[in-house]
Write a protein that binds this ligand. Structure first.
Ligand SMILES: C[C@@](CO)(OP(=O)(O)O)[C@H](O)COP(=O)(O)OP(=O)(O)OC[C@H]1O[C@@H](n2ccc(N)nc2=O)[C@H](O)[C@@H]1O
Ligand SMILES: Nc1ncnc2c1ncn2[C@@H]1O[C@H](COP(=O)(O)OP(=O)(O)O)[C@@H](O)[C@H]1O
Length: 267
């Protein structure tokens, strides 16, 4: 069967405290984005993983797709499968691509082998694979807190808005990005900001990773300013970077950025 794991962006990202387990508590709004990998899972005589498209660092047996399969197989009787992933979503880009692949393997095998897991059971498997992963099980706009794997519903209207994503070919390690941030309580509540008109988000909504990442890669800051100059209602880095996105009211103007990959979609 075929599945299409999608990317995400973060609207606002407050890193509020360092936890005793080494992770950080955060607050963010996660939104699914129409930029997709292609995942094929078929029953086979032995379990294997192959990928095409963008090269994924690490050994195939370290891939989150296989980790997800083995994790579910540790609790359910499953036949071997062959997994083929065509990687389109840039890696280390703040778009959650690897986490999404893993979540779609969990959802995929749940459907293929009629495991009858509910959302919560699938989220619990996903939480073991990465902080971002559980979001992709329901895959709808949500307020995220805790490690980024606990959720509260939000009401957000992004209809008729367009999204421009610019991936400037800069790979950011999530762990390193966290180590560059000093946690603090946010000045304004993200839950309140999200209810303001989008053009007002610019004054209140922050991504706490931007300061240190923009310092290390000044061209990312310039990209964000460029998106505002082109008419974005709101522009920000996604997650720990390096993707910079802009939200536009209508069809965005033509954008050309040297050495960058640009993806435009409806929100
Ligand atoms: C920053 C965010 C924001 O949505 O996204 P990305 O930029 O990676 O897409 C996420 O918190 C990334 O989640 P994810 O990519 O799943 O991270 P994980 O694999 O769980 O953790 C990678 C490393 O990041 C750090 N980490 C991650 C999550 C968290 N709440 N606190 C942390 O300190 C830890 O050092 C951990 O070892
Ligand atoms: N299926 C996968 N796709 C992408 N990266 C993967 C995958 N499986 C494991 N990884 C590892 O996870 C790391 C983070 O990947 P990714 O989710 O793309 O980053 P980000 O969370 O910044 O969006 C990569 O460096 C890669 O080594």
């Amino acid at each position: 069967m075929n599945f299409f794991p999608n990317a995400k962006i973060n609207l606002g990202l407050n890193i509020t405290e360092k936890r005793t387990d080494g992770f950080h508590n955060l607050e963010s709004v996660f939104v699914p984005v129409l930029w997709n990998d292609e995942l094929e899972i078929i029953e086979s005589d032995q379990t294997s993983f192959v990928s095409s498209g963008i090269e994924i660092p690490g050994e195939p047996n370290e891939n989150l797709c296989l980790k997800a399969f083995y994790l579910v197989q540790s609790e359910f009787k499953l036949p071997p499968v062959r997994i083929h992933l065509k990687k389109n979503i840039p890696i280390g880009a703040g778009l959650g691509g690897g986490s999404s692949d893993a979540a779609f393997v969990i959802k995929g095998i749940n459907e293929m082998f009629e495991l009858n897991m509910n959302v919560e059971q699938m989220q619990n498997f996903a939480r073991k694979l990465g902080s971002d992963c559980a979001f992709f099980i329901k895959n709808e706009p949500v307020f995220a807190f805790g490690k980024g794997d606990e959720f509260a519903p939000i009401n957000i209207d992004l209809s008729n808005k367009y999204l421009v994503l610019v991936y400037p070919n800069v790979h950011v390690s999530t762990a390193q990005a966290y180590s560059g941030v000093k946690p603090k309580k946010p000045e304004y509540s993200l839950k309140d900001i999200i209810n303001m008109p989008i053009k007002d988000w610019r004054s209140f909504m922050k991504n706490d990773f931007e300061q240190s990442i923009f310092k290390a890669f000044p061209k990312l800051y310039r990209l964000k300013q460029d998106l505002y100059s082109l008419g974005a209602l709101y522009a920000s880095m996604s997650g720990s970077g390096s993707t910079i996105f802009g939200i536009f009211e209508g069809i965005p103007p033509r954008i050309k950025v040297k050495d960058a990959q640009i993806h435009i979609c409806k929100l």
